[in-house]
Write a protein that binds this ligand. Structure first.
Ligand SMILES: *Cc1c(COP(=O)(O)O)cnc(C)c1O
Length: 420
């Protein structure tokens, strides 16, 4: 096996420099752990941005992959395959939505949702051609295609990539007054929102923001679109973040705090990190605006992806990941509160379930959070800063209480020996 040093040199020389990875080279993963090329073991507290919620190389999901890989992998949608329909019934039942459109990556699914929303606006709501507008939030993260960065305020991702796609209006996050005001304008077709902002640093809105926003959209005949690519599938201690504090374990009864979206976007943990699988789920009325030839993907809905996604979702249910994320998330924040209280380096811990962020007391452009993550790495825990002085902590949801407390001890030891 090549050394970590060599692996980094190769990426540096032959790859695009569109990421700035922590200097660690991973060569193996199992459950909550990953190992580097020299055999050092780490806790993975990034979980590939919440894609590996079920843990690395989950045996049940890899088994589904292996079996289907030896049977049939890709037919294209030019023909039917014997797995897609079964998956479509499974995933729509699981999330209580009428219909699904299978895609591969998150950004593709967001693009699909935007297209669907605009078409609905023209064909069902009667918006004049090319006038449809979609409302989005400040500091959103929905991916990095040209259209998506067009309505982002991440200047680094946007710079020198114009001309940008028009048709989006930005409002502050967690502000129903601003939403109500914009909804008075004509030709609004949708509101695209993350129920908890992940990349922005686990920003949890007021309890009633999502349900109120959905109601305002409904009253204005505007589609409510939830991007749950990062927050969905047990991550925040409920099946979806839009479930609020609903405690049911998947196959939700849809009572209490649940908000019904018109369009629901999933990705990341939908495959347990084994294979790129994303999905756009919608009501029948919305999905039926798409006709033959109007959208598609060579790989979307392939039988391998379908089998992997079914296994990944079964694991979420059978291993009680919703309950575990809720219980251990609370424990983690309680333990981190103690550290925030004891050490000036930390100003705040926030989040929901096992999607949490630790705020570092330094300027957003300082390298303190980065250096702290390097120190954590040296002590056996991998995490990554987001937006400068914020560190996201999102371990696989299969983590046990004992393991979580060991991780808190690593963080404590690291801060004790860290100088800003
Ligand atoms: C990761 C993410 C995306 C983009 O997904 P990719 O698979 O990287 O294209 C979109 N929206 C949210 C909320 C995400 O966290």
């Amino acid at each position: 096996m090549i050394s970590s040093k060599k692996a980094i040199e190769l990426e540096d020389q032959y790859g695009a420099h569109n990421y700035h990875p922590l200097p660690v080279v991973l060569s193996r993963g199992k459950g909550v752990h990953v190992w580097d090329s020299e055999g050092k073991k780490y806790y993975d507290f990034l979980s590939a941005y919440s894609a590996v919620s079920q843990g690395h190389c989950h045996p049940r999901i890899t088994e589904a992959l292996k079996t289907q890989a030896e049977t049939l992998t890709l037919t294209s949608r030019g023909f039917y395959n014997n797995i897609l329909g079964e998956y479509e019934r499974f995933v729509t039942t699981y999330f209580s939505m009428d219909k699904v459109l299978p895609m591969n990556t998150g950004a593709e699914a967001v693009e699909t949702a935007i297209k669907l929303c605009r078409k609905w606006g023209y064909e069902k709501k009667g918006i004049p051609e090319n006038e449809a507008k979609i409302i989005v939030c400040h500091n959103n993260f929905h991916g990095r295609t040209i259209t998506i960065i067009s309505f982002s305020n991440d200047d680094n991702a946007k710079k020198n990539s114009g001309p940008y796609t028009p048709g989006f209006i930005k409002i502050p996050y967690n502000n129903t007054d601003a939403l109500a005001e914009i909804l008075k304008q004509p030709d609004i077709t949708g509101f695209l929102v993350e129920p908890i902002q992940g990349e922005a640093g686990a920003i949890v809105p007021d309890d009633d923001f999502i349900s109120n926003a959905a109601q305002l959209c409904k009253d204005a005949n505007v589609l409510f679109i939830a991007d749950e690519i990062q927050t969905g599938i047990a991550r925040t201690g409920s099946l979806l973040a839009i479930c609020g504090d609903c405690t049911c374990e998947g196959f939700c009864e849809r009572q209490g705090t649940y908000t019904q979206p018109d369009i629901l976007i999933l990705g990341k943990a939908l495959s347990g990190g084994i294979y790129p699988v994303s999905a756009v789920l919608a009501s029948k009325e919305v999905m039926d605006v798409l006709k033959s030839g109007q959208h598609g993907s060579t790989f979307g809905g392939n039988p391998l992806a379908c089998k992997v996604a079914i296994a990944a979702l079964e694991v979420v249910q059978d291993e009680n990941l919703i309950q575990n994320a809720r219980k251990l998330g609370k424990l983690f924040r309680d333990e981190m509160e103690k550290l925030v209280h004891s050490y000036d380096l930390f100003t705040k811990i926030r989040g929901k379930g096992l999607l949490n962020a630790l705020l570092i007391d330094d300027a957003p452009d300082s390298d303190t959070a980065w250096r702290f993550c390097v120190a954590l790495k040296d002590n056996g825990l991998l995490a990554k800063p987001t937006h400068g002085n914020i560190i996201r902590f999102a371990p696989p949801l299969i983590i046990t209480e004992e393991q979580l407390l060991e991780c808190v001890a690593i963080i404590r030891k690291t801060v004790q020996n860290f100088s800003k």
